[in-house]
Design a protein around this ligand. Structure first.
Ligand code: LMR
Length: 355
């Protein structure tokens, strides 16, 4: 009798334990699905939160690699609920189209070169001023300082939130006609530039022609000799094989090329807080990685250019750079007259001179 009672009690205990366990599993599952609805394999495209990220360069560039890494990490961290779809190589939108597409909500994230913001917030062209920075770190300090914050606020007022600043290092000059050592060597040559008045002034100031074309057109423009040359970072030159079309490169480091990772503000504000959090923390991590990749890739690309025996290389020493600085000084005045002195005096080049 006692044994029977005992075994009944045991059965009850076990049933109770199983019930408690089932309840616990159900509660945990409900919590998890409250954060990110379900296992992504079960979700249709409509049920997933899709973020389209468009950019104009190749996959194997510092920007292309970082965009892909960001997408992979977001997928992993949200169990696939948030899907970042990356469209590289101007596949969705090319230069001149992607900012409008972002404002219209046709794409949610873009990462244009800062020079391409010049129509929307022309003050950003301060970063295009020639020889304004010697080190990439100086650019980061500048944009994190009060002037940078003002520039970000101007974008915010236009309905665009900046999520991160990505790097691609400094630009160099390539052309098909002659070695460029001194500013005078540029006279009469035709260059492709990004859409920035400051870049235009920079070329005009030293007697060269300059015209704005989209990045995906540069190869053909050079191939068909519509232009003589272009300015770009080594990773952009090499990833597009531009060095094989050009006879001369000057390692000039004359201008900075960085990107803003931008999101449509209304879209951002409509995102659940936990999705915003995962985007921000992931981007912070990817941005640190991206800066390192940009540095390493541009260093490695310089070695490739030096080894390829396909292009004649000219290096500028400190004396040459000083000569270029002097010739290009009027571009600073041009910027100041149009957009104000405050952006220029905070550049390290002038700030350091004041100290
Ligand atoms: C260019 O147009 O030359 C670059 O801005 C391309 C890029 O996004 O790096």
């Amino acid at each position: 009798m006692t044994n029977l009672l005992q075994s009944r009690l045991n059965v009850r205990k076990r049933t109770l334990t199983v019930c408690v366990l089932i309840c616990l599993i159900l509660i945990l599952d409900a919590c998890a699905s409250e954060q990110y609805p379900e296992d992504h394999e079960q979700l249709s495209e409509e049920e997933r939160l899709v973020i389209r990220f468009s950019h104009v360069v190749g996959e194997e560039t510092p920007k292309g690699l970082a965009a892909r890494r960001f997408a992979e990490l977001i997928k992993e961290r949200t169990g696939g609920y948030v899907e970042v779809q990356v469209f590289s190589n101007s596949y969705l939108y090319k230069d001149g189209e992607e900012i409008d597409a972002l404002l219209q909500g046709d794409v949610q994230i873009i990462a244009p070169a800062i020079s391409k913001l010049s129509e929307l917030v022309p003050e950003w062209q301060v970063l295009d001023l020639p020889f304004a920075f010697d080190q990439v770190e100086e650019v980061f300090d500048y944009v994190q300082g009060p002037v940078g914050q003002e520039l970000f606020a101007r974008l915010e007022a236009k309905g665009i939130k900046t999520l991160a600043v990505w790097d691609n290092g400094f630009k160099h000059i390539t052309n098909s006609q002659r070695p460029i050592q001194a500013p005078e060597d540029m006279a009469g040559l035709r260059f492709r530039i990004m859409p920035s008045e400051v870049l235009y002034q920079q070329f005009r100031q030293i007697g060269a022609e300059a015209e704005n074309y989209a990045f995906n057109e540069v190869f053909q423009l050079l191939e068909h000799e519509h232009i003589d040359g272009q300015e770009n970072t080594l990773s952009n030159i090499i990833s597009r094989n531009l060095h094989y079309l050009q006879n001369y490169i000057t390692i000039s480091n004359h201008g900075y090329l960085g990107y803003l990772v931008l999101i449509n503000r209304a879209f951002w504000e409509g995102l659940p807080e936990e999705v915003q959090d995962v985007i921000l923390t992931t981007l912070e991590e990817v941005t640190e990685w991206q800066h390192q990749v940009a540095k390493e890739m541009n260093e490695q690309n310089l070695q490739e250019i030096e080894a390829c025996q396909c292009i004649q290389i000219t290096y500028l020493d400190e004396e040459d750079r000083e000569l270029w600085r002097q010739h290009l000084q009027p571009v600073y005045q041009y910027y100041e007259d149009k957009y104000g002195k405050q952006y220029v005096v905070s550049l390290p080049r002038f700030k350091n001179a004041d100290q």
